[in-house]
Write a protein that binds this ligand. Structure first.
Ligand SMILES: Cc1ncc(COP(=O)(O)O)c(C=O)c1O
Length: 403
């Protein structure tokens, strides 16, 4: 019997696969098949989780209390510790009732949009964007509105651009600094100007602070609601332990916001996933109450790799890479290479060029199409120094053949 209803709902069928995870999976599959692929796709530190955090989890595993559910909002002591860590690291003062512990920053992003958006509400999304933002906006019924910034401004949007994108339906500004995928870090003045503009127009801000501790050189992290306190009642902060403590697999993040929004999101979470794994919360508690020595060590390594990568990329004719100031990604333009002949092919798009590089140089990188801007690549520098140098050298050797 045939039923002419689609097997998959339209809402879910419209979601595209995470391109970054897809590239990573393809690279891992080729590697498993014995090909010497070097992957620049990963969005995670290549370091193990610090020992004292792992030990806290091991201890928790042995205590029956940690085998049980926690309140959906998270362990009370973890919510308190996150509130304390927030004022310590960003100066934004909140209390424990404003914190909701989530399964990674990703769930916080999704729940933040779900809690705020009605069908048709618009969200301004600085672009290049992290692939999850538009998908989670659409899933929540909202409409993402891209505002594109290119390499000439170091991928930072201006208030004028934001204002040009604002309509009567605009409800939220998505903000992320340091940024995935560009590594852009906004200055305090820029954050203040954007925050004041958002406040003036009654907009909500969802600010993703997951890379707060990964800034280099003179760049500084600033939290928008700390810089523009008037915004606090319409701001949701997204954060987590994944990048700061090399804890991507533990799945602990959080959202911070006004109590009514946090209550609404906690209600939703109570029906979707309940609490984050209790043992993971114990590990996160050790992380956020501990010091920042481990991230300082990672930052030193990332900074060294960042400089090597940017220098090597800029030596390739046709590649232009502004210096990223945060996170662990470089985002070069490769527009100068599109349409040129390389090994008998003429890739016209960054997707085609990335595919050629994977085939010919056995290097995986993510094309800019995944982030809303064709003509670019994202390369993570969260991999070992030797692999990094070898990988970029292979890319350079291939691209130097472009004629
Ligand atoms: C900008 C940004 N926000 C949030 C996240 C979420 O991280 P997680 O869900 O692992 O905590 C990521 C991960 O890649 C990210 O790049």
């Amino acid at each position: 019997m045939s039923i002419d209803r689609p097997r998959i709902s339209k809402r879910i069928a419209a979601i595209s696969e995470s391109a970054t995870l897809a590239v990573d999976a393809k690279a891992k599959a080729l590697k498993a098949a014995g090909r010497p692929v070097i992957g620049f796709g990963a969005g995670e530190p290549d370091f193990p989780t610090p020992g004292y955090i792992v030990e806290a989890a091991v201890t928790a595993c042995r205590v029956p209390r940690f085998h049980k559910y926690t309140p959906a909002g998270g362990l009370p002591e973890l919510r308190t510790a996150i509130a304390e860590k927030t004022v310590r690291d960003s100066g934004f003062r909140v209390d424990a009732a404003q914190v909701l512990v989530t399964n990674g920053g990703k769930q916080a992003v999704y729940q933040a949009f779900a809690a705020l958006l009605d069908p048709g509400d618009e969200v301004i999304v600085p672009t290049p964007y992290w692939t999850t933002y538009p998908e989670s906006i659409k899933l929540a019924g909202g409409v993402p509105v891209d505002v594109v910034a290119d390499e000439t401004t170091g991928y930072r949007v201006s208030v004028e651009q934001l204002e040009a994108a604002r309509t009567d339906r605009t409800k939220v500004l998505l903000f992320v600094s340091p940024s995935n995928p560009t590594g852009a870090v906004y200055s305090r003045d820029q954050i203040e100007a954007i925050g004041r503009w958002a406040d003036e127009h009654g907009l909500w801000v969802i600010t993703d602070e997951i890379y707060e501790h990964l800034v280099y050189g003179d760049a500084e992290f600033h939290s928008m609601p700390a810089v523009v306190p008037e915004l606090a009642d319409r701001t949701i902060v997204v954060n987590g332990v994944a990048k700061t403590y090399a804890m991507t697999g533990w799945r602990v993040g959080w959202m911070i916001g006004p109590k009514d929004v946090i209550k609404a999101a906690a209600n939703m979470q109570s029906h979707a996933t309940s609490n984050v794994a209790n043992v993971s919360q114990a590990a996160a508690l050790a992380a956020v109450t501990g010091d920042l020595a481990a991230v300082a060590e990672m930052r030193t390594a990332f900074d060294r790799r960042r400089q090597t990568m940017v220098r090597m990329l800029n030596e390739i004719p046709g590649v232009l890479c502004p210096e990223p100031e945060g996170a662990f990604y470089a985002y070069p333009s490769v527009k100068g290479l599109l349409g040129k002949e390389i090994r008998g092919k003429r890739p016209q798009t960054s997707v085609e060029l990335a595919s050629l590089i994977l085939e010919e140089a056995e290097v995986a990188l993510v094309p800019g199409e995944a982030f809303g801007t064709p003509g670019y690549f994202r390369l993570s520098y969260a991999l070992g120094d030797e692999d990094l140098t070898e990988g970029v050298s292979r890319v350079a050797k291939l691209l130097n053949e472009a004629g």
